[in-house]
Design a protein around this ligand. Structure first.
Ligand SMILES: Cc1ncc(COP(=O)(O)O)c(C=O)c1O
Length: 412
């Protein structure tokens, strides 16, 4: 395919940046000079306002008002307040989303809740190669609940049957960037009487998601990727309103109680999404996530989606035209792709390290994938163009062969 696609000039891509309706959003981030950051799908960049926002929570609220801050500064309502801010990004109503715990913990809560809502069915259905935590949590649920098992099927729709309790799928695949048809798969799950749980970790804030429109039952997602909430940011979960009151969380902590400050001995679930809270919310992390969500102020998701596609089309054109030796591992059809582009190469790890040394930050996923994330709020067309030129140079001159790049780090 090399050379088939048109590769624009630097002036061409600068014109695209000049015309970009989201161009000024980049000023909302404190990106280091000399770095082309293509890893916002793993850890979103630091918003400029985050440090002051966290400092305010720590110094003024925690330091000045101490425990009164739970009421005075609305700390206690932060999970629901932030959930309501995420809701419009995923096509949900404000009261259908809450921020809590990690994506992994939220998967546990919702897979158990779904299994218990489908008592006669044994199967938790997912796909091989799903993000490991989704598989591991499903396996953990199966060993915890009697009579449940996990099935991983490549053809999900064909595998859904009358024994399926819940289908657990990631909307945008972490490794390939492939995007699933949410409407079709949700409809197939429902036709068989199963519940549908979507992991939106690689979708929220980057691609179009319409949970209500496709009738999805359940969803979870990360706060630290495209939502820019900072490392280990609290995650979110969604339960369709029709299921509020029916589903119960297996993690029956006091913050999910109907009246936590009555301090009664017996658990009684709160109404609505609050029952999916467990322990005390991490307020400093919530403050950082709040600042991350501010980066979406006055931004139309349609513009984000359009720019994500345009950036990834440019990147794919550049890889085709300038980077022989890399194999496209993401769908070429933009409608079937999320906001990162993955390429395969036997030495993807070394290439990734050589790129980082040149200021192009992507990441590596074993065994052979280099991921390049496109974050519409701060990635410029020029960044993609420059990144392609640097990748082409690293490949042409084989600088990745430097033995220093062979050393594997703990986090890839
Ligand atoms: C699809 C998906 N789910 C879940 C997670 C992470 O979950 P947690 O925040 O619990 O580590 C990731 C992280 O990359 C992911 O890609």
């Amino acid at each position: 395919m090399s050379g088939e696609r048109h590769w624009p000039t630097l002036d061409d891509v600068r014109a695209l940046d000049a015309a970009d309706t989201l161009g000024t959003c980049r000023d909302r981030f404190a990106l280091p000079d000399g770095v082309i950051y293509l890893d916002g799908n793993s850890l979103g960049a630091l918003p400029r306002a985050s440090a002051a926002r966290i400092a305010q929570t720590v110094t003024r609220e925690w330091g000045g008002d101490l425990i009164a801050s739970w009421n005075k500064h609305g700390w206690i309502d932060a999970p629901a307040r932030l959930g309501a801010r995420i809701a419009p990004l995923i096509g949900a109503a404000a009261d259908e989303v809450i921020v809590a715990d990690s994506t992994s913990a939220n998967l546990f809560k919702l897979i158990v809740a779904a299994c218990q809502a489908r008592p006669g069915r044994s199967m938790i259905l997912t796909e091989p190669g799903n993000f490991p935590t989704d598989l591991y949590i499903a396996q953990g649920v199966a060993t915890t609940l009697p009579g449940r098992q996990v099935s991983a099927a490549a053809d999900i729709v064909a595998a859904i049957d009358g024994d399926t309790a819940v289908v657990v799928l990631t909307h945008v695949h972490y490794k390939t960037g492939a995007m699933r048809d949410m409407h079709a798969i949700t409809a197939a799950a429902h036709a068989a009487g199963a519940l549908m749980l979507w992991d939106l970790s690689h979708s929220v804030g980057a691609v179009e998601v319409d949970l209500e429109g496709c009738g999805a039952d359940l969803a979870v997602g990360c706060g630290y990727k495209y939502l820019n909430g900072g490392p280990g940011a609290p995650a979110f979960l969604y339960v369709a309103r029709a299921l509020h009151g029916t589903l119960a969380s297996p993690m029956t902590g006091w913050m999910g109680h109907a009246a936590p400050f009555d301090f009664g001995d017996d658990y009684a679930p709160a109404d609505g999404m609050k029952r999916f809270l467990c322990g005390t919310p991490p307020i400093i992390g919530m403050a950082a996530l709040d600042a991350g969500l501010d980066t979406f102020d006055s931004v139309a998701m349609a513009d984000v989606v359009a720019k994500s596609r345009a950036l990834s089309e440019l990147l794919i054109a550049g890889i085709d035209a300038r980077c022989p030796g890399l194999t496209m591992a993401s769908p070429r059809d933009a409608a079937m792709r999320g906001s990162h582009v993955s390429v395969a190469h036997p030495n993807a790890w070394e290439i990734c390290q050589a790129l980082i040394a040149r200021g192009v930050i992507g990441d590596f996923r074993a065994p052979d994938v280099l991921r390049l994330g496109l974050t519409p709020l701060y990635t410029r067309f020029e960044d993609v163009w420059q990144a392609v030129e640097i990748i082409a140079d690293v490949l042409a001159r084989e600088t990745w062969r430097d033995p220093a790049y062979a050393v594997r780090a703990a986090v890839t």
